[in-house]
Design a protein around this ligand. Structure first.
Ligand code: DAH
Length: 340
């Protein structure tokens, strides 16, 4: 019996050591150590042993079982470890590889420019006002002293939604709306940013675009105040080296009226393709508020004067970013937007 047990220990150890996975190990365990296994089979012969031999063989059998369980445990541990390592090997990542770049959103260039414009005027003490995009003919034209036969009042040039109602063609109607809701004893110093609509569509015109309107009313406001204010704006917006010039112009709601040019942002004034070799770029319309407009807003032109100005946000964005087609600002092509 002793011989049988020793052989069993040898055979089972060998079988366990050569097992390569947990299923095999389990099969071997069942075969040698299971309830109906070989060890149990050997021990069944114990009854034939003498009383002195029985405890010795019993102890030997226990030792064999313990040894085999040790081998089984260490083998199980090794196989589990090997499986784990194989998995880690597969999952291994090379931390030196370049990362996967992902797109982050950014603000639209128009929003950035408009905020820059707003910040300059807020810094100068202006408040921000808004008005409706669907506007009455009265505020868009009549109160602004447009004559009845003015071409902009034609269905061909503006988007009318109903008789006497249209998509505003400029932000100037906010002038009269602001005056109406302000006590005429108080000064006004506001800008009005917002969308405007015209029947235009080409590389430099869009049927919808954005303007920033300005309005200042107080006692003894002069054309000099207007020039100084807009000059500071131009220097802040386009850089301290920027020069400005004012040319006489005409708007129904201002008298006198002017257009302001800035020295070319591309050539600095020497003359190039961008400025059509003039050295100058027109950026806004302005003027002293027409007495009739002050009256429409409830202000007395004998007591106060004021200036106003209006400019296109897209035009300023195009100059700042050297764009030659306004449609780039509305196409929402990520190849374009991702550059800002
Ligand atoms: N409203 C004019 C336009 O859309 C721009 C403008 C010119 C606004 C002169 C003004 C101004 O306030 O004084 O072209």
């Amino acid at each position: 019996m002793e011989e049988k047990l020793k052989n069993l220990l040898l055979d089972a150890s060998q079988a366990l050591s050569s097992a390569t996975d947990l299923d095999q190990l389990n099969d071997i365990r069942v075969r040698y150590l299971g309830k109906k296994g070989i060890l149990t089979g050997v021990l069944r012969g114990m009854g034939a042993l003498s009383a002195e031999e029985r405890p010795r063989i019993g102890q030997l059998a226990n030792e064999v079982r313990e040894k085999l369980e040790d081998v089984l445990n260490s083998r199980t541990y090794k196989i589990k470890n090997r499986v784990k390592e194989a998995r880690l090997e597969q999952e291994k990542i090379d931390v030196t590889l370049p990362g996967t770049a992902f797109m982050t959103g950014s603000r639209h260039p128009l929003a950035v420019i408009q905020e820059e414009m707003e910040d300059i005027f807020l810094w100068m003490g202006y408040a921000i006002e808004v008005g409706p995009e669907i506007e009455l003919d009265y505020y868009n034209f009549e109160a602004l002293n447009f004559p009845a036969e003015h071409p902009a009042r034609d269905m061909q040039d503006s988007f009318f939604t109903a008789p006497g109602v249209l998509l505003r063609t400029h932000t100037s109607p906010v002038q009269v709306r602001t005056m109406e809701r302000t006590n005429p004893a108080l000064p006004v110093r506001i800008i009005a940013p917002g969308r405007v609509y015209r029947r235009d569509d080409d590389a430099t015109h869009s049927p919808m675009f954005n303007q920033v309107e300005g309005l200042v009313i107080d006692k003894r406001v002069t054309f000099g105040d207007l020039k100084g204010t807009l000059r500071v704006f131009a220097e802040k917006m386009f850089g301290p080296e920027t020069r400005t010039r004012f040319r006489p112009s005409f708007f129904p709601f201002t008298e006198p009226s002017a257009e302001m040019d800035i020295s070319c942002t591309t050539c600095g004034g020497k003359g190039c393709r961008v400025c059509s070799h003039t050295g100058w770029l027109e950026i806004l319309g302005c003027g002293m508020i027409h007495p009739r407009v002050l009256e429409a807003g409830g202000y007395n032109p004998e007591e106060v004067t004021g200036f106003a100005f209006g400019m296109g946000v897209e035009r300023i964005a195009m100059l700042k970013y050297s764009l030659d087609d306004m449609r780039l600002l509305f196409d929402n092509d990520l190849r374009f937007l991702a550059q800002f």
